[in-house]
Design a protein around this ligand. Structure first.
Ligand SMILES: [Zn+2]
Length: 129
């Protein structure tokens, strides 16, 4: 029988790019990006959707971008502590940001793959005004 355990996890990771879906353990621990097993040892985690609002706890201005992102520099990547608790990283579309700013997630085109013309979408953050 083929071992297929990676399939549900990759599906969940893909899903998380569009809806900020993480996982939650019965012990109360939340994970974003989602994890299949909790640090408490349980593996019966259930999907949980986050509201997408949070606070910037750290950020870096990117001047040298990875392939596919060259036209977007400079841009900010921030660590955002979601209101629910987990800390995730993401691009902040605003230029002037500071630690403590409140942000919310938005869905934007992330990059265009030149060869195949594949467009990937995912979440970014913008300042809450
Ligand atoms: Zn747990």
């Amino acid at each position: 029988m083929p071992h297929r355990s990676s399939v549900p996890m990759s599906w969940r990771l893909k899903n998380s790019r569009y809806t900020l879906t993480g996982t939650k353990c019965s012990c109360g621990k939340l994970y974003m990006p989602p994890r299949a097993m909790c640090e408490c040892g349980k593996d019966k985690l259930v999907p949980v959707t986050f509201g997408g609002k949070g606070t910037i706890v750290s950020y870096t201005e990117i001047h040298i971008a990875p392939a596919g992102f060259e036209r977007q520099v400079p841009y900010n990547i921030a660590l955002v502590k979601l209101d629910e608790g987990p800390v995730i990283s993401g691009v902040v579309v605003d230029k002037n940001i500071k630690i403590g700013d409140h942000v919310r997630s938005i869905f934007r085109r992330l990059q265009v793959d030149g060869e195949g013309g594949l467009i990937s979408y995912g979440f970014k953050f913008e300042l809450e005004k």
